[in-house]
Design a protein around this ligand. Structure first.
Ligand code: ZN
Ligand code: ZN
Length: 260
């Protein structure tokens, strides 16, 4: 017992545990950095891009919105206007052929593993981006840095990672680059419209993937979101937890945002 199939026959549970302890012991700072950095990115996506910009449920203090815009530029390369436009179009045409990423149209596997490509294809429609992306930031930083040089941030991040962690920094950067495409574009847009429980009937196929929204910042509660898109609180039942809303309350107490 304890043997793994295939070419890894020599690995048993004991040596797998040893490898885990070795990695945890010698790469603790790298692991902590990766978990904290990806968590901040997820929180910026759900609080700033989704609840704040796409659904206009939050009024930000400039210090917080500037930090979140900078962090998203540094760690994802995503453009606010494009993200917002594609997401609003998703709500408008949910589960139809005009939905930019419906598993009903494209199939679950495509949305789950190639969600970022669907996002990229949708972002090419500039007329759509202009009409659905209204009301997003259009200041000097947006025009001259974040939009014009959208890939510069992730290039700087790559250098920072290598300076901080040597060649392991490359691996960390790779994890950071697939974090949002997998969890947000893949899991939320794919699984969130395919598998899970529902708290209420919507015309779309949205599902709550898990009652505890932590890894994807609360976006796991996707059926709850489609039931009431304007509500920035994504949990509805007592047993559900939305960490994104927890941060919203925390930032509100710190006077860094106002919930509309
Ligand atoms: Zn949805
Ligand atoms: Zn939404």
């Amino acid at each position: 017992m304890g043997r793994v199939f295939g070419p890894f026959l020599f690995i048993n549970h004991k040596s797998a545990l040893y490898v885990c302890f070795f990695v945890a012991k010698y790469f603790m700072s790298e692991i902590l950095y990766t978990l904290i950095a990806t968590h901040i990115t997820i929180i910026c996506v759900t609080v700033f891009l989704h609840r704040g910009q796409a659904h206009k449920g939050i009024e930000f203090h400039p210090a917080l919105s500037h930090f979140m815009r900078f962090w998203l530029w540094l760690t994802t390369g995503m453009i606010t206007k494009e993200w917002v436009a594609i997401h609003r179009k998703h709500h408008r045409f949910c589960e139809t052929d005009n939905d930019p990423h419906s598993p009903k149209t494209y199939g679950l596997t495509t949305v789950l593993f190639k969600g970022a490509f669907l996002y990229h294809a949708a972002s090419k429609d500039k007329d759509m981006v202009n009409s659905y992306g209204v009301g997003t930031p259009n200041d000097w930083m947006e025009r001259n840095v974040y939009t014009t040089h959208s890939r510069l941030g992730i290039g700087i991040l790559l250098m920072l990672n290598v300076i901080l962690f040597g060649w392991v920094g490359l691996l960390i950067w790779g994890i950071q680059m697939i974090w949002i495409p997998f969890w947000a574009a893949g899991v939320v847009n794919g699984i969130g419209h395919y598998w899970g429980y529902r708290n209420g009937n919507t015309k779309d196929n949205s599902r709550n993937i898990s009652p505890w929204g932590i890894i994807i910042g609360g976006e796991e509660l996707h059926n709850n979101h489609h039931l009431d898109p304007a509500n920035i609180k994504l949990s509805r039942k007592k047993f559900e937890f939305d960490i994104g809303y927890f941060y919203c309350r925390l930032f509100a107490k710190m006077h860094l945002l106002k919930i509309r």
